[in-house]
Design a protein around this ligand. Structure first.
Ligand code: GLC
Length: 810
C-alpha cells in the first residue's frame, strides 16, 4: 500500500496522518449502466466505473459523489469508436470478471482491487492501491518489478527509459537549463507505456489536466500516479506490442493532420530578425549559398510593442510586399503569437476581448492580468468556443499578409514576476457552461490556444493546410500543432538529451517535434552547430533558433567548413523528402512516430531498452549522431539483420556494436537490408520543381523488402478525399531466382501530372546482371536502359515513370 504521504508530499508523520484517507473499500455489488455499457462497482466509499472505449482500451473512472459524469476532457477524441464492444459480467466467490471484447477486468471485492488481462489472459495492469482525501487529491498505484520499463510521458528530460524517474505534469516555462531533475517543463502528456519483454505492453493515460505526478521511483514494487485536483480518469491501452500501444493511444487522442510540405522543410529563426532588410538579406543568403530553406520565423520584434496581430511598421514598413517577395523566392513566414493581449484601452484586440468577455477572469468577474512581453496583459479563455472562434478569426490579419503558419509560444501560460510562473489557480475557465478552475485545467491552456489557432487558420485558408508549432501542450496536441522543445541551450548535453525527448514525444502521439537546432540560449560553437544540424536535419521538426544576444548561428556563421556540412545535411533532408513525407503520412494515418527508438522495431533486443543516442528514421534508416566535441568515431549499435553504411555502402552484420568513423563532416547513417528508400534530386525549397528523376534506392540483393510510397499535392486537404497516390513497392527474389521489384499503384487519386522519370538504384548488388527487363500491365517484358557500376556494386535502372510494373533483374 502507498502511504498518505503520496498525496501529501512533504507532510509526513503526524501531520500527514491527520488528513483522512479514503479508499473504495468493500464492493457490495456490480451493476450495468444502461446506455454506456459501463460496469459500476459499488464500493463502501465510492463507485468505480469501467467502460470500453473499443476492444483495445478500457476506461476507469472513480466516482466519489453520487454523480456519474463520464464527460471527458478535450484530449479524448472519441468515446467509442468502431464496433460497440460486447460486455459480459460474471461473479464467482467475491471476484468479478468483466470481459470487454478482447480485454478482461477482474475486480476483487474485499476490498476493491482491479486487474486487467488481455485476450490470452496475460496480466496487463495490476492495480495495487487507490486512495484520496477530502481536498480532492488522489493517488493510484500499480505494480512494477525488475523487468518493467517505462516510456512515453511526453516531453521530459532524462533518458529514454523512465524507470526510476519521477515527473510532474504541470506546463511550466523553464528558462533555467533543462536538467534531468526538472520534473515539469512546457508540455504535459500524462501518459506512460509499461513494457516488459515477456508480457504484453500497455499504456496508461491519466486524463487529468491539473497537476499530476508520475512516480516510477519512490516505491520498489509500484509506480504511483497522484493528482492534486480534478478527476481520476484513466485509460488502459492494451498492446500486445509497443507499436499497438502507440497506435491505440493515437486512436484515443488523435493523429496529426498532414502538415503543408513546406513545414517539413528546413526552418530558420532567431530572436529576432529585427527588420525587413534583415529578413530579406537572410533569405538572399540562403539562396546565394545554396542552402535549402523553406521558412523564416518572426519573433516578437515584428509586433508593435509586442501587441499580437500588429506590425511594427518602423521595422517592417511593407510586410505584405516583403512576404510576397519571399514567396516568390520559395520562403514562408511564420510569426510568433503569444496568448497575452496587452492591456491597452486603445488596442483593438484588447477592446474587443473586454467588450465580449473573452478574457480569463476570476469567479467574481475581475479579468486576470499578468505580465508578459507586452507588459500587463489579459489572456483569452480558450475553453469557450466563442472565444476560440474569435481568436481563430483574428488570424485573418496574418492570412491577408500571405501567412499560413503560426508559432504559439508562452502558452503554458507563462506569466512573469510571479512565483508560480503562471496564471492564478482560482481563475475560472468558462468551458461553455461547465466551468473549471485554472488549477483543474492548467495543462490544457496551450493546447486549446493551438486548437483555436489551427481551426481559425483552417477556416480561413480556403482549403490550404495550416501549420502551427507550439511550446505548451497536453495529450492530443498532435491534432493541432507540431511541438518544439522550448528554451534549450547550446550545450552538447542538450543536443544529446533532445534525442530521447523527441523519441518519447513520438511514443506519446506527438510525431512532429524537434528542438531548437544549435541550442537557444548560451552560445553555439561551429562544431556544435555542425553536429546538431546533421542530427536535426533528420528530426521531424527542423528549425534553427537562437536567443537575442547569443552568437549568430545561421548555417554560415562559423565559416566555410561548418557551412559546407550544414549545406550537405540540410540538403540530405531535401533529398530524402519523398521518404520523410511518406513517414509523415504514416504518422498521420496510424500515429506511428517518424523517428523511433530502436525498441519500437526491435522489442526483443534487450540491448536497446534504453538506447537513445541513436534512432531510426522510419523503420529503415538508422541514424547515429555525434553528440560530443572532439569526437571522430562513435560506437553504433546495429540490431539484428544486415546494415549498409548509407555513405559508403559498406555491409555489416547486425546484432552488435561497431565503431563508426565520424569525422566532423560525417554523421553515421545505416540502411537496413531490404530497405526501399525513395529520394529526389536536391531542391532549395520543398516546392521547387525539378526535371531530375525520382530515385528509388533498394538496399542489398537478397533480403526481401517493401515500402508504401505516398504522394499528394503537399498543400491542400484533398488527400482526405482521396487525392493522393500510394505506390506499393515489393522487392525480393522470384521463383526463378531473379530479383524483382514489383510496383503496384494501390491508390491513384492524384490529378494527372507530368510523368516523372524514375531511377531505380539497387545498392550492393554483388554481380553484374545479364538482363534487366520491365513489364507493364498488358505488355511483354522489355529490356530497359541500365548500367552497373562494378566498383560501387550498384545497378541503375531507368524507368519512364513509377507506374504499375515489374522490374526483373537476371
Ligand atoms: C520564449 C521562447 C523563445 C522565444 C522567446 C521570445 O523564450 O521559448 O523561443 O524566442 O520567448 O519570443
Amino acid at each position: 500500500m502507498i502511504t498518505s504521504e503520496a498525496i501529501h508530499p512533504g507532510k509526513s508523520g503526524a501531520e500527514g496522518a491527520q488528513t483522512a484517507i479514503t479508499r473504495v473499500g468493500a464492493v457490495s455489488k456490480a451493476t450495468r449502466e444502461t446506455g454506456t455499457g459501463a460496469v459500476l462497482f459499488h464500493g463502501e466509499h465510492a463507485k468505480v466505473g469501467l467502460r470500453a472505449v473499443n476492444d483495445q482500451i478500457i476506461r476507469i473512472k472513480l466516482f466519489v459523489g453520487d454523480r456519474l459524469d463520464w464527460t471527458s476532457t478535450p484530449a479524448i477524441l472519441a468515446q467509442e469508436n468502431g464496433e460497440p464492444v460486447a460486455v459480459e459480467l460474471s461473479e464467482q466467490e467475491g471476484l468479478y470478471s468483466v470481459s470487454f471484447g478482447r480485454l478482461r477486468a477482474e475486480v476483487a471485492t474485499a476490498p476493491f482491487a482491479l486487474k486487467i488481462y488481455d485476450a490470452q489472459d496475460r496480466l496487463l495492469l495490476d492495480q495495487q492501491d487507490l486512495l484520496w482525501n477530502q481536498d480532492g487529491k488522489a493517488a493510484f498505484a500499480a505494480a512494477l518489478d525488475a523487468q518493467s520499463h517505462f516510456y512515453g510521458l511526453g516531453e521530459k528530460t532524462g533518458f529514454l527509459d523512465k524507470k526510476g524517474e519521477k515527473y510532474t505534469m504541470w506546463n511550466t516555462d523553464v528558462y533555467d537549463p533543462h536538467v534531468p531533475d526538472i520534473e515539469a517543463i512546457y508540455q504535459s502528456i500524462p501518459y506512460l507505456v509499461h513494457f516488459r519483454y515477456d508480457r504484453p505492453a500497455y499504456g496508461l493515460l491519466l486524463d487529468n489536466p491539473g497537476k499530476t505526478v508520475f512516480d516510477m521511483r519512490s516505491y520498489e514494487d509500484q509506480y504511483v500516479l497522484t493528482m492534486e485536483s480534478g478527476e481520476l480518469d484513466l485509460y488502459v491501452i492494451a498492446g500486445p506490442s509497443l507499436k499497438d500501444v502507440v497506435t491505440g493511444y493515437a486512436g484515443l487522442t488523435g493523429k496529426m493532420p498532414m502538415p503543408p510540405k513546406w513545414a517539413i522543410g528546413y526552418q530558420q529563426s532567431r530572436y529576432s530578425y529585427m527588420n525587413q532588410e534583415e529578413v530579406m538579406e537572410l533569405a538572399r543568403s540562403f539562396r546565394e549559398r545554396n542552402i535549402p530553406c523553406d521558412v523564416i520565423y518572426l519573433d516578437i520584434h515584428y509586433m508593435h510593442e509586442y501587441r499580437v496581430f500588429t506590425w511594427d511598421t518602423n521595422r517592417f514598413p511593407k510586410p505584405k510586399e516583403m512576404i510576397t517577395q519571399l514567396q516568390e523566392m520559395g520562403f514562408r513566414i511564420v510569426p510568433i503569437v503569444d496568448p497575452g493581449v496587452k492591456k491597452d484601452p486603445k488596442y483593438k484586440v484588447y477592446q474587443e476581448g473586454i467588450a465580449a468577455g473573452h478574457f480569463c477572469s476570476k469567479l467574481e468577474g475581475d479579468v486576470f492580468n499578468g505580465k508578459v512581453w507586452p507588459g500587463v496583459s489579459a489572456f483569452p479563455d480558450f475553453t469557450e468556443d466563442r472565444t476560440a472562434e474569435w481568436w481563430g478569426d483574428l488570424h485573418k490579419f496574418y492570412i491577408e499578409h500571405g501567412i499560413h503558419g503560426i508559432w504559439n509560444d508562452m502558452n503554458e501560460p507563462s506569466v512573469f514576476e510571479t512565483e508560480s510562473k503562471t496564471m492564478e489557480l482560482d481563475v475560472v475557465h468558462g468551458n461553455n457552461g461547465n466551468p473549471k478552475t485554472h488549477e483543474e485545467w492548467h495543462n490544457l491552456y496551450g493546447m486549446l490556444m493551438s486548437k483555436a489557432t489551427f481551426e481559425g487558420l483552417k477556416r480561413n485558408l480556403n482549403g490550404e493546410r495550416p501549420f502551427v508549432v507550439t511550446r505548451a501542450g497536453y495529450a492530443g496536441i498532435q491534432r493541432y500543432a507540431a511541438v518544439w522543445t522550448g528554451d534549450n541551450r547550446s550545450y552538447w548535453e542538450h543536443m544529446a538529451m533532445s534525442i530521447p525527448m523527441v523519441l518519447n514525444l513520438g511514443l506519446s502521439g506527438v510525431a512532429f517535434a524537434g528542438p531548437d537546432i544549435g541550442g537557444f540560449s548560451h552560445h553555439a560553437s561551429g562544431e556544435l552547430l555542425a553536429r546538431w544540424t546533421q542530427m536535426g536535419a533528420l528530426f521531424p521538426f527542423c528549425r534553427n533558433h537562437a536567443v537575442l544576444d547569443s552568437r549568430r548561428q545561421e548555417p554560415w556563421a562559423f565559416g566555410p567548413e561548418v557551412e559546407a556540412i550544414c549545406r550537405e545535411y540540410i540538403g540530405l533532408r531535401y533529398r530524402l523528402l519523398p521518404y520523410i513525407y511518406t513517414l509523415f503520412h504514416q504518422a498521420a494515418q496510424s500515429g506511428l512516430p517518424i523517428i523511433r527508438p530502436l525498441i519500437l522495431e526491435y522489442p526483443q533486443d534487450r540491448e536497446v531498452y534504453n538506447l537513445c543516442d541513436q534512432f531510426l528514421l522510419g523503420r529503415d534508416l538508422l541514424v547515429a549522431p555525434v553528440y560530443r566535441p572532439g569526437t571522430s568515431a562513435r560506437a553504433v549499435y546495429l540490431p539484428e539483420g544486415v546494415w549498409y553504411n548509407y555513405w559508403t555502402g559498406e555491409r555489416y552484420e547486425g546484432g552488435r556494436s561497431i565503431l563508426a568513423d565520424a569525422p566532423l563532416s560525417v554523421m553515421p547513417i545505416y540502411a537496413r537490408e531490404g530497405a526501399i528508400i525513395p529520394e529526389q534530386a536536391l531542391r532549395q525549397y520543398t516546392g521547387e520543381s525539378s526535371s531530375e528523376p525520382l530515385q528509388i534506392h533498394v538496399y542489398g540483393d537478397w533480403a526481401p523488402g517493401k515500402f508504401e510510397f505516398y504522394e499528394d499535392d503537399g498543400s491542400t486537404f484533398g488527400y482526405e478525399q482521396g487525392a493522393y497516390r500510394l505506390t506499393r513497392l515489393n522487392w525480393g527474389r522470384g521463383a526463378s531466382g531473379a530479383l524483382k521489384l514489383i510496383c503496384i499503384v494501390a491508390h491513384d487519386g492524384l490529378p494527372q501530372v507530368e510523368k516523372q522519370a524514375v531511377k531505380v538504384r539497387v545498392k550492393q548488388i554483388s554481380e553484374r546482371p545479364s538482363k534487366v527487363q520491365v513489364q507493364t500491365v498488358g505488355s511483354f517484358a522489355q529490356e530497359v536502359s541500365w548500367s552497373y557500376d562494378e566498383r560501387a556494386q550498384q545497378l541503375d535502372i531507368e524507368l519512364s515513370e513509377l507506374g504499375a510494373c515489374e522490374v526483373s533483374i537476371q
